[in-house]
Design a protein around this ligand. Structure first.
Ligand code: GLA
Length: 406
């Protein structure tokens, strides 16, 4: 997709009455998780890539001590204009996208950073909602840019992840984990990002040579997902915590990700299988997804996308049947594309309930996927006929600065 992003941002700046003279542009990507989905708050390793649906932000400092921001995606909200010394406390901010810049300023101040300069910014994004981490992309973009105009240098990249996560957890009220922030901040073109929570390390894994030409496709169901705090996500988060509480004493685990041997897994099932069957199902998904994760990483590094796809599909069945975090529209998308030769794997993406599913597809089958979805999805869900969308994505760098205005 080729967008004249400078012209688009300039157009919104004119509507907002903001000048972009001397402004820079920062682009932040979306992300596609290849595993372990829902592993971040369960202490598992993570793997994913940055994808080419973005938020672009033209920005520059101002010396009036204010956040003045305009989003081309929320024009009805008009210009957000707030003094840096009057940032509302959590829970008292207006219910609009402005909670993100306010949350970023709030967390920086809370951590003792001195915000001497304000920020003038114009934003526009094309990341579909639900499944591709729009909120993490926005938060990171704002955080890095507000820090930059104030000359703030963070001690480490992982420190940026933690701050962005704190904005979501403490200010927005979302119970999310750190998967999205990690997969966007560290994303590199043509590579996967492998995170190990044990030592908080990042390793970039190039896609192995000889991989067939394939597409990462996002199948946006057109549904609107309420925040994670209002969805099944929060319930699963709590359930996983309950299961850890049950197992901590007798089995010595600190997270479900600590269950790595068949012996331990079986012992937990025989102890709690009848008393807490639903909690055992959550563990069942996490345990088997972790086992598959090792094979998936190896397959990726060997360019064996067929196996990566098979594991992606197996994860999807676990998320649907054991973790029970999918939703009917998400599964309709999966059921449609699963029938197509050249679709290597498909499953729901991200937080669950609603939003987008994803598929790994041989490039020669991309047109067939689009045509099948166009035929079948509106028949299954006529209420979303005007809203669903199919995106084919490339792997890209997560955070990038583009030429701005002189
Ligand atoms: C959402 C959350 C992430 C992660 C995923 C599921 O995207 O924001 O922290 O838990 O769901 O893998």
């Amino acid at each position: 997709m080729s967008l004249d992003i400078r012209a688009i941002l300039q157009g919104f700046a004119t509507s907002a009455g903001l000048s972009l003279d001397g402004a820079s542009i920062r682009r932040s990507s979306s992300r596609f998780c290849l595993g372990v989905e829902h592993g971040d708050y369960n202490g598992t390793e993570l793997f994913g890539v940055g994808t080419d649906r973005f938020i672009w932000m033209a920005f520059k400092p101002n010396d009036v001590g204010r956040l003045r921001l305009y989003s081309g995606n929320f024009e009805q909200d008009g210009l957000i204009d707030m003094a840096l010394d009057a940032i509302p406390e959590p829970g008292t901010a207006p219910d609009s996208w402005s909670r993100f810049p306010l949350g970023v300023a709030w967390i920086l101040k809370k951590k003792g950073y001195n915000l001497r300069r304000g920020l003038d910014a114009v934003l526009y994004g094309n990341i579909p909602g639900g499944g591709m981490s729009r909120s993490a992309s926005l938060t990171l973009n704002l955080l890095i840019s507000l820090a930059e105009v104030n000359g703030i240098e963070f001690p480490s990249q992982m420190g940026i992840v933690d701050l962005a996560l704190a904005v979501e957890n403490e200010y927005i009220g979302s119970p999310c984990g750190n998967l999205d922030q990690i997969m966007i901040l560290f994303a590199r073109e043509g590579m996967g990002t492998h995170y190990n929570p044990v030592n908080r390390s990042i390793r970039h894994v190039p896609l192995g040579e000889g991989a067939p030409d394939f597409q990462i496709m996002s199948l946006d169901t057109g549904t609107i997902r309420p925040g994670l705090e209002k969805s099944t996500y929060k319930i699963r988060h709590t359930e996983c915590g309950e299961m850890v509480d049950l197992c901590r004493g007798p089995f010595g685990i600190q997270s479900l990700g600590d269950v790595r041997s068949e012996e331990l897994f079986r012992a937990i099932l025989s102890r709690f299988g009848t008393t807490h069957p639903h909690l055992c199902k959550r563990l069942d998904y996490i345990y088997h997804a972790q086992l598959r994760f090792e094979r998936m990483l190896l397959a990726w590094s060997e360019g064996d996308i067929k196996t990566v796809g098979e594991i992606f599909r197996a994860d999807g069945l676990g998320l649907r049947d054991d973790y029970q975090i999918s939703g009917k529209e998400l599964e309709t998308m999966c059921d449609i594309v699963r029938t197509i030769p050249g679709v290597l794997g498909e499953r729901m993406l991200g937080g669950g309930d609603r939003g987008a599913s994803g598929a790994l597809v041989l490039s020669e089958s991309e047109a067939a996927v689009r045509s099948a979805v166009d035929t079948a999805y509106p028949r299954g869900h006529p209420e979303y006929a005007g809203n669903y969308a199919v995106h084919s994505c490339r792997m890209v760098d997560g955070i990038k600065t583009l030429p701005g205005w002189e």
